[in-house]
Design a protein around this ligand. Sequence first.
Ligand code: DQA
Length: 148
Amino acid sequence: TRLLVLHGPNLNLLGNREPQVYGHVTLDQINRALAERARQAGIELTTFQSNHEGQLVDRVQAAPAEKVDFILINPAAYTHTSVAIRDALAGVGIPFVEIHLSNVHRREPFRHHSYFSDLAEGVICGLGWKGYLYALEFALDRLAPEPA
Ligand code: DQA
């Protein structure tokens, strides 16, 4: 079982970037928490951050050959602009959860629309960095459900 975590532009600045909005936890700390949970669960998890739209498209396109079963993605600013990343996700057909640290719905109107939400299995926003861990729990459950 393989999971891909994609982080969009400026998320490499987490920790210093508008901490009142995004918190003090760094991207490295988030990735390490995800890796630790994945290790416990016995699944493979790869993380990738890019400030470049095309690199994120390439990473999504490469996912089927890498046998990725599920994607967690925070498209960051590309959430509100990127038909290209949306089309890549639709094209590979790998289920994904969309994550935002901040509650985009109580921010500027231009953050209220997402090119991803209608394709996503679900969306987590406003729960801070732990939103990634909650999304990972969902993915684990989806991929290897506990017997009822
Ligand atoms: C974000 C919200 C986006 O509107 C913003 O452009 C980001 C981060 C979030 O995680 O809250 O860069 O995706």
